[in-house]
Design a protein around this ligand. Structure first.
Ligand code: UDP
Length: 195
C-alpha cells in the first residue's frame, strides 16, 4: 500500500474503490484483523497535541485521508493524494460487502435512540448483513467485560461511533481480545444513518 506522509502520518494513497474492493475485501475474507483510522484534520490535530494518541494512530493498518484539508496539505507539499476517502463512504461500502457476503456486524456508539435507529436502518437497507449487536456510546472505555462480550459475538466489522479520540482509544485498548475483524472509528456516522 503506497502512502504519503503528512505531518508525519502515513496516509494511504489510492482510490476508495481499490482500497475497499481490493485490500479490505480480501482481508475480510481471510478473517484478518485490521485497524482503520479515517483521519480528518481534527484527528491529525489530536495526534500532534497528544503523543499517546499519536502512537495509537500509528499502529493503524491504514490511515485514510478523510477531509479536504488533508488533500490540500498533500498538494501543498507536492505529493498529492489521489482521492479524499471519507469514513462514511467506506462504512457504506463495507456494509454493502456485509450484505452480499452475510458478514457479522457490530455497531458501537452514539446516543441510545440514535444507535437503535441507525441499527434498524442498517437492517432494512442491508437485509443480508448479520447485525450481531449494537450499543450506545456512553460506557466506560476501560470496561473489559463489555469488550469481551462484543468479541464473543465474532463480528467481521466493528464500527465505533464515539467520536475521536474515544473511538480509537477503545479500539486500541481492546483490539487484542478479538480474533478477527475490521475496526473503524466512524465519528458521527450513526447520526447520519439515523437521519
Ligand atoms: N459519542 C459517544 N460517546 C461519547 C461521546 C460522543 O457515543 O462519549 C457520540 C455522539 O453521540 C456522536 C458521535 O459520538 O454520535 C460523534 O461525536 P462528535 O460529533 O463529537 O465526533 P466527531 O464526528 O467530530 O468525531
Amino acid at each position: 500500500q503506497e502512502t504519503v506522509s503528512i505531518l508525519g502520518l502515513p496516509f494511504i494513497n489510492g482510490t476508495r474503490v481499490k482500497f475497499v474492493q481490493g485490500d479490505l475485501k480480501s482481508r475480510i475474507m481471510n478473517k484478518e484483523k485490521v485497524f482503520i483510522v479515517t483521519a480528518n484534520p481534527e484527528i491529525v490535530e489530536f495526534a500532534i497535541a497528544d503523543n499517546e494518541y499519536r502512537k495509537m494512530i500509528e499502529k493503524a493498518d491504514y490511515i485514510v485521508p478523510d477531509g479536504i484539508g488533508i488533500i490540500v496539505a498533500s498538494k501543498m507539499q507536492r505529493t498529492p493524494l489521489q482521492e479524499r476517502i471519507t469514513g462514511f463512504e467506506v462504512m457504506k461500502d463495507l456494509m454493502e460487502l456485509a450484505d452480499k457476503h452475510h458478514l457479522n456486524v457490530y455497531m458501537l456508539g452514539a446516543q441510545e435512540h440514535v444507535a437503535a435507529r441507525a441499527a434498524a436502518q442498517v437492517k432494512e437497507e442491508y437485509p443480508g448483513l448479520n447485525l450481531v449487536g449494537y450499543h450506545h456510546g456512553f460506557f466506560d472505555l476501560k470496561d473489559e467485560a463489555f469488550a469481551e462480550d462484543i468479541a464473543q459475538l465474532q463480528p467481521d466489522l466493528i464500527f465505533v461511533a464515539t467520536g475521536a479520540p474515544r473511538q480509537e482509544q477503545w479500539i486500541s485498548m481492546h483490539y487484542d481480545k478479538f480474533a478477527k475483524g475490521i475496526f473503524m472509528g466512524v465519528g458521527g456516522c450513526f447520526d447520519v444513518l439515523a437521519g
